[in-house]
Design a protein around this ligand. Structure first.
Ligand code: AMP
Length: 439
C-alpha cells in the first residue's frame, strides 16, 4: 500500500520552532515589561466572536469584513441554543471594546489601559510578512470622557510608548507616520468632498476603486493599485475638511510629540483600513531593505471615539494600536546587529551537560539532573551509550560545562567537571556542583 502524503500546515499558517521562539518570547517579555511601566494590565478575550461584532465594529465595506474573515455557521447543540454566525477574530480592538461594554468597565470612571498578545486570522494572500494566522501585540486606552480618554496627551503618550518599546527591542530606522481622519462629522463632510472629486476621475481607476468610490470613498485612499496612485494623490486632502476641534486636537498631539522628542511625518493619505477610526491615525513603518519587503507596516492604530456606541455601549473614546509580531520578528532578524542582541537569550547555553559513562550510569545521571534543575540550573543529559568524544562534542554545542559521571564518580558521589570557557577540569563532590555551575 503506498504511504499517504504527510500532512502540512494549512496555507498561510506556520509553525514557530525553537530557537526562533526564543526571539518571540524575548519580544513579548520586553513588551510586557514596557507596558507595566506605563500602567497597563493584560486582557484576554476569546479567539472567536459573533460575526456581527466585526461587521458593526470594523465595517462591512472593509477588505477584512468583506473578504478576509473566517466565518462559519455554528450549529445549535440543544433546543435552548440557536445557530449562530461566528468568526475567528481578524483583529482585537472590537473584542476588547465588547468586553469593556459587557463588564461595564466604564462605570469605574477610570481610564482603562489594556494590552493583549495573541493570534488573529485573515484570509489574505500569503506572502512574506503576511499570513492567515498572525500575531498581534496590541494596546487599548479607553474610558468615559471624564477619565481624560479624549485628551491628545493620551495619543502622544501611546506613541511615545511605542517608540520606547521599539527602541528597547533594538529596532532601527523606524518611521512614525501620523494623520488625522477627524470626527465622524468631519468625515461626513470629507466623504461628500471626496465623492464629488471622485465622480470626475473614478472611471479611470481600477474596478475595486470604482466600487469603493461608490460604497466607501475613504477606502480609495488606502489603495495600493499602482496605476491609480497619481489620481489618488491629486484628490482633496482630509486635513482641509477637518473642523476646528479636530484641528486643535491634532495640533496638540503633534506638539506633545515634539515636546518629548518623538519624530514623525504627516501622511495625509493615512486613513487605515478599518472604519472605526476617528481623529489620530498612525503607522510605524520600516524602510525598504529591512526584511519586510512590501509589507513594511510594523504596526498601526488610531483613535476610535465612536466605536463603543457603534457596538451599543456608552460613550467611551479610546485609542490603540496593534503591532504585527511576525513582522517585528522578521525585522529584528534582518537588522542583523540587533538580531544578535535580542537573540542573546536564544543562543544562551545551558549551565551543564551531564555525560554518563556507560548505560549503568543513566539513572544516576537523571537523579543528578533532577537535583541541579530543582536548584534552578539548566541541564541536558547525554546517554551512557555515547563515547567520551561524542559526549564532549555534544556538550560543547549546547552547554557551558560538561559533568562526567563515571563508575568511580557515582560510587563516591563526585563528578568530573570541565568548564569549556577555561578548559579547566576538576573532580569535585556532587554537593559542590550547584555552587560551581552558577558561575
Ligand atoms: P491592522 O489590524 O490591519 O491595523 O494591522 C496592524 C498590524 O498587524 C499591521 O501593521 C501588521 O504589522 C500586522 N498585520 C496585519 N495583517 C497581517 C497579516 N495578514 N500577517 C501578518 N501581520 C499582519
Amino acid at each position: 500500500m503506498p504511504s499517504p502524503n504527510p500532512l502540512k500546515a494549512v496555507r498561510g499558517t506556520r509553525d514557530l520552532l525553537p530557537p526562533e521562539t526564543a526571539l518571540w518570547n524575548h519580544i513579548e517579555q520586553t513588551a510586557r515589561a514596557v507596558f507595566a511601566r506605563y500602567g497597563f494590565g493584560e486582557i484576554r478575550t476569546p479567539i472567536f466572536e459573533a460575526t456581527e461584532l466585526f461587521a458593526r465594529g470594523v465595517g462591512e465595506e472593509t477588505d477584512i469584513v468583506s473578504k478576509e474573515m473566517y466565518t462559519w455557521e455554528d450549529r445549535a447543540r440543544a433546543q435552548s441554543e440557536k445557530p449562530q454566525s461566528l468568526t475567528l477574530r481578524p483583529e482585537n480592538t472590537a473584542g476588547v471594546v465588547r468586553a469593556y461594554i459587557e463588564h461595564k468597565l466604564g462605570e469605574t470612571g477610570q481610564l482603562q489601559k489594556l494590552f493583549y498578545i495573541g493570534p488573529q486570522f485573515r484570509r489574505e494572500r500569503p506572502q512574506r510578512g503576511r499570513y492567515r494566522q498572525f500575531w498581534q501585540i496590541g494596546v487599548e486606552v479607553l474610558g468615559p470622557p471624564s477619565s481624560g480618554s479624549e485628551s491628545p496627551l493620551r495619543d502622544a503618550e501611546l506613541l511615545e510608548m511605542v517608540a520606547t518599546l521599539l527602541d528597547e527591542l533594538g529596532v532601527r530606522n523606524w518611521q512614525l507616520q501620523v494623520n488625522s481622519v477627524g470626527s465622524s462629522e468631519d468625515r461626513k463632510r470629507y466623504d461628500a468632498v471626496l465623492r464629488q472629486a471622485l465622480a470626475g476621475v473614478k472611471d479611470r481607476m481600477c474596478p475595486d476603486n470604482q466600487r469603493r468610490a461608490e460604497t466607501n470613498p475613504l477606502r480609495v485612499l488606502d489603495s495600493k493599485e499602482p496605476a491609480d496612485q497619481a489620481l489618488i494623490d491629486a484628490l482633496p486632502k482630509i486635513a482641509d475638511s477637518l473642523g476646528e476641534d479636530s484641528r486643535a486636537h491634532f495640533a496638540a498631539v503633534l506638539a506633545a510629540l515634539d515636546a518629548c522628542g518623538v519624530r514623525y511625518t504627516i501622511n495625509p493619505r493615512l486613513v487605515r483600513g478599518l472604519d472605526y477610526y476617528t481623529r489620530t491615525t498612525f503607522e510605524f513603518t520600516i524602510p525598504d531593505g529591512s526584511g519586510l519587503g512590501t509589507q513594511n507596516a510594523l504596526l498601526g492604530g488610531g483613535r476610535y471615539d465612536g466605536l463603543s456606541e457603534m457596538l451599543g455601549g456608552p460613550r467611551a473614546p479610546g485609542i490603540g494600536f496593534a503591532i504585527g509580531e511576525d513582522r517585528l520578528v522578521l525585522t529584528l532578524q534582518a537588522q542583523a546587529e540587533q538580531a544578535v542582541n535580542s537573540a542573546d537569550a536564544q543562543i544562551q547555553k545551558l549551565d551543564a551537560y551531564i555525560a554518563p559513562m556507560g548505560v549503568e550510569r543513566n539513572a544516576a545521571a537523571l537523579a543528578l539532573a533532577r537535583e541541579l534543575r530543582r536548584a534552578g540550573l539548566s541541564v541536558e543529559i547525554g546517554d551512557g551509550s555515547f563515547r567520551l568524544k561524542k559526549s564532549f562534542e555534544a556538550a560543547d554545542r549546547v552547554a557551558r560545562h560538561i559533568v562526567i559521571l563515571g563508575e568511580d564518580e557515582v560510587a563516591t558521589s563526585t563528578a568530573t567537571l570541565k568548564a569549556f570557557a577555561t578548559g579547566e577540569q576538576i573532580k569535585i563532590p556532587q554537593a559542590d556542583l550547584v555552587q560551581l555551575l552558577r558561575h
